[in-house]
Ligand binder design. Sequence first.
Ligand SMILES: Cc1cc2nc3c(=O)[nH]c(=O)nc-3n(C[C@H](O)[C@H](O)[C@H](O)COP(=O)(O)OP(=O)(O)OC[C@H]3O[C@@H](n4cnc5c(N)ncnc54)[C@H](O)[C@@H]3O)c2cc1C
Length: 444
Amino acid sequence: MTRMTADARHADVIVVGAGPAGASAAYHLANAGVDVLLLEKSAFPRDKICGDGLTPRAVKQLIAMGIDLDAPGWARNKGLRIVGAGHRLELPWPELASFPSYGMVRTRMDFDEVLARHAEKAGARLIERTAVTAPIVDERTGRVVGVTAKSVEDRGRRTGENRGDRDNRDDSSNMDFRAPVVIACDGVSARMAIALGLERRENRPMAVAIRAYYETPRHDDEWMESWLELWDGEPGRSNLLPGYGWIFGLANGTANVGLGILNTSAAFQHVDYKDVLRRWLDHTPEEWGFREPNLVGKIGSAALPMGFNRKPHYTRGVLLSGDSGGMVNPFNGEGIDYALESGHLAADIIVQALARPEGPARERVLEGYATALESAYGGYFTLGRVFAKMIGNPTFMKQATKYGLPRTTLMKFTLKLMANLTEPRGGDVSDRVINALARVAPAA
Ligand SMILES: Cc1cc2nc3c(=O)[nH]c(=O)nc-3n(C[C@H](O)[C@H](O)[C@H](O)COP(=O)(O)OP(=O)(O)OC[C@H]3O[C@@H](n4cnc5c(N)ncnc54)[C@H](O)[C@@H]3O)c2cc1C
């Protein structure tokens, strides 16, 4: 990072982290003419361990950002194939006025860069290799007025680190960045939130998931495939493995294959994720190619913070967006969409807030972010929390798979519920039932 002038380190808004939440927030702010600094610790292109699956909800957000989805690299799919209890059920994404009827898959290796560069093109000032270390708190008001950051190497390490000589570390790279509003989009590590004393809520669901890329003839599957049961041999006659699996074709010769385990499952604490993945995949058909010689890159795992596991989402000039605010959907592990949506919402609210005079009038608008998030997802995430608890019980899951999967109408309802795809107003009976349930469920 070259030395920057103090002016270059001032902005209307600082966004910490250029994942989907950060890119979305920065894009919508810049598009509204707000001066925004987007600070990212790594250098693009960089990977993020993920399943790479985008539901129609996420596609809607990409469209709202003006991303060219006809460009090369975007693999479209028409729905979800559910595998379990001897059934393979194909459920097209619902036809709705509010969401497109297709999903997509794209590796995070380039998905995040496409979004971040798009925000940059809209006018956001993206600074890579810059790790935010702490918020700057105004002692008089208690408000956050910026962040401190350090220059780092491409993969997020401090300059000079890991060379066996800590004294060589280049501390001249310490910098202050100033803005009246900060959005924390720093992912599951939630460094900003933790620095402000916002601890993880232990009673919210959490999952760990592992993924691998394989060269496979299944790379151009038009369906996103989800496995409700994982066996290490013949289904029903071998060991049932913990967790739920996915196979998402990337249409580039490879597929993203992985599995996730909820902390509501008894196995959660003592699982060797790589071993479970291998035992499952070793018993998938040989011709699919999910075997060691076809493995591309490294297998990786990471945590998914669900159901608003960190709150409040607004405090003292800082808004939490995406994984930093624990916004993964507990029904299906989808986090990219909620990162994009919450980044978008944060931007809209900040645009309005900055048009008010500093002080209580502006503060009222900013506080509206937490309320808006709660009313958009609070009840739905509470339902998801109950669902996560139920599916952590293998007996429930076995019965639900056995008796639920053969019933197409029930499964269509379940797809809408799990992917949060309903018309907000009107719609059919299932839309109205799901919306009513989410409305009456207590806040998350
Ligand atoms: C194995 C696995 C599979 C998953 N599959 C799916 C899926 O198929 N579909 C889906 O929708 N979701 C999936 N998720 C969830 C999804 O990956 C996350 O919810 C999503 O990436 C959250 O986006 P975000 O922008 O909040 O955070 P992130 O994507 O984590 O981005 C955070 C950014 O902040 C940067 N950063 C962090 N700390 C700092 C700092 N101190 N200073 C500067 N920058 C910093 C990081 O480098 C990163 O660029 C999966 C997760 C896992 C672990």
